[in-house]
Each structure stands twice: as structure tokens, then as C-alpha cells.
Design a protein around this ligand. Structure first.
Ligand code: SF4
Length: 277
């Protein structure tokens, strides 16, 4: 697991300091970012909840050792498509330590990723189950399981550096960001605006099927803005209802609807149709 990797060297604060996540902004690699993240204890309410759930466990998992810590992003480290959810599920990613793994939401998402050529298998039950993703990375704006799946605005703000740095480190190859739900949508637009992407004002509202294409000007040195600059390829943000059971059990989000969003992401990212998974 990523906890073996070195923490960011620019990290002067203890993990329970509210400013601890800010040091993630200088993490030099995804593994350093993950190593910093998994030590984080900056949100007392979420730390207490994630650890209580890990101690008490659900009856069906009473023989398992829960992860009970912040959950890193998962998938292709240079993905053209990034999928951003909300937060780990208490008995899903908070149990298995891998994003969207071990619960019904993940079952729904990864089955769709398999149908659309992003995943080598349709199931996601444990961190060592052999699932690999190609061309896509899944992550979230809040990395600890929140009570009732509802992080507070302050918790969302505090956790923001992890998503921001992850998107930066995945790099300029990102062409499409899929937001699963309105919180992911808002977090993505905030992060992308900070990174120099031209986000329209007023900000586009979240909707299933919403599509916003952003442009940015790079200075040729890896930074943004400035004169003598050059255009970088556009990035499109797609909106999709979250894969929560609340949406999938009621038919608000169907497999066909999710497949259509993922296929649109493939098209926009210029990924050829998959034939060999
Ligand atoms: Fe740290 Fe984010 Fe978890 Fe808060 S939600 S403790 S900032 S990892």
C-alpha cells in the first residue's frame, strides 16, 4: 500500500493539523502524494468516523481488517480520463483501501468501465483482485468516509489539495474529467480554475449529461498564463449522476446512461474503441 512511500519533504506539520493537507500541493510524485495522504488526520469528525466504522465493522465483514484511513486515487497514472466521485464509502473503500472497491456503487461503476473498455474486469472486490484500469483514473474530492456520505463544506475545503495535486501530477494529458454528482462537479471546476483553466462565469451547473469544454493557455514552461504563450488541448468536464445506490436502485442512473457518458469520454479523449480486454 502507499503508506510505505516517503512523505512529501515539504511537510512541516503533524497529520492532525488543519493545514497538513496543504503540503500535498508540493508532493513530487503520485506515490509521495499518496504517502502524505494516508497519514492525514486533519478532519477530527471524519477521522473519528472512519476509525469507528473500521473498529465496529459490518457483520458480513467482521473477519476483515478495515483500511480505516484516507483513500488514494486509483488507476492509470497518466490517464486522459479522470473520474471524480464524492468520498469513500464506509464499508466499501474505507474497508478495502481502494477507491470504489467493495460496494454496490463500485460494482455498478466498474461493470460499466469493463463494458466500455476502461477496465480489464467487471468486478472490484478487494485491493488485490487483479483489477486494472486503462486510460482512466478514479478519485474523489474527499478522501475519508463521511457519516451519511455528507462531508461538511469545511471538510471539503480542507481536503481539496489532494485532488488538486493529483490532477496536476496526472498531467497535461488529461482531456476529460467526469464528475459523478454535483460535489465532484464543483470540486473539479474549482481545482481546474486554480490551475488556469478558463471556467465560465457564472459557473455551469451540474446536470447529468452536462458537458463543458475548458481552454487554457500555457507558457511553454509548464506554467500557465503569460505572453508568448501557446494553446494547450482543451479539457472537457462531463456531468453524470453519482453511482450511489440511491440513484442506481431507483433507475435515476441506468447502466446505459453511465455507458453513454463513459463512451463519450473515450470519444473526447481520442481513445480508440477497445477490442482486446
Ligand atoms: Fe485529511 Fe481529507 Fe481525510 Fe480530512 S477528509 S482527514 S483532509 S484526507
Amino acid at each position: 500500500m502507499p503508506s510505505d512511500a516517503p512523505r512529501s519533504p515539504d511537510d512541516p506539520r503533524p497529520p492532525d493539523d488543519p493545514g497538513y493537507p496543504d503540503a500535498a500541493r508540493t508532493a513530487p510524485t503520485l506515490s509521495a502524494l499518496d504517502a502524505h495522504l494516508v497519514e492525514c488526520r486533519a478532519c477530527p469528525r471524519l477521522v473519528a468516523w472512519r476509525e469507528e466504522v473500521a473498529r465496529e465493522r459490518r457483520a458480513a465483514f467482521r473477519d476483515e481488517v478495515y483500511w480505516g484511513r484516507p483513500v488514494p486515487g486509483f488507476g492509470d497514472p497518466a490517464a486522459p480520463v479522470v473520474v471524480v466521485g464524492l468520498a469513500p464509502a464506509a464499508h466499501g473503500a474505507n474497508r478495502t483501501g481502494r477507491m470504489f472497491t467493495g460496494d454496490r456503487s463500485g460494482d455498478f461503476l466498474f461493470a460499466a468501465m469493463h463494458r466500455t473498455g476502461f477496465a480489464n474486469q467487471a468486478t472490484s472486490v478487494a485491493a488485490d483482485d487483479g483489477l486494472t484500469l486503462r486510460g482512466v483514473r478514479v478519485t474523489a474530492p474527499v478522501r475519508c468516509a463521511p457519516p451519511a456520505n455528507k462531508p461538511t463544506p469545511e471538510e471539503r475545503r480542507r481536503c481539496a489539495p489532494y485532488l488538486a495535486r493529483e490532477v496536476e501530477l496526472v498531467g497535461d494529458g488529461v482531456r476529460v474529467a467526469v464528475a459523478l454528482g454535483s460535489i465532484g462537479w464543483q470540486a473539479l471546476l474549482t481545482t481546474l480554475a486554480e490551475q488556469g483553466w478558463q471556467v465560465p462565469r457564472p459557473r455551469p451547473r451540474f446536470a447529468h449529461g452536462a458537458e463543458v469544454t475548458l481552454t487554457r493557455v500555457a507558457d511553454g514552461t509548464g506554467g500557465t498564463g503569460g505572453t508568448g504563450s501557446q494553446d494547450v488541448p482543451a479539457l472537457t468536464v462531463l456531468g453524470c449522476f453519482h453511482v450511489s445506490q440511491q440513484n442506481t436502485f431507483t433507475g435515476r442512473l441506468t447502466p446505459a446512461m453511465l455507458d453513454a457518458v463513459l463512451l463519450r469520454a473515450r470519444e473526447l479523449a481520442g481513445i480508440a474503441a477497445d477490442t482486446d480486454r
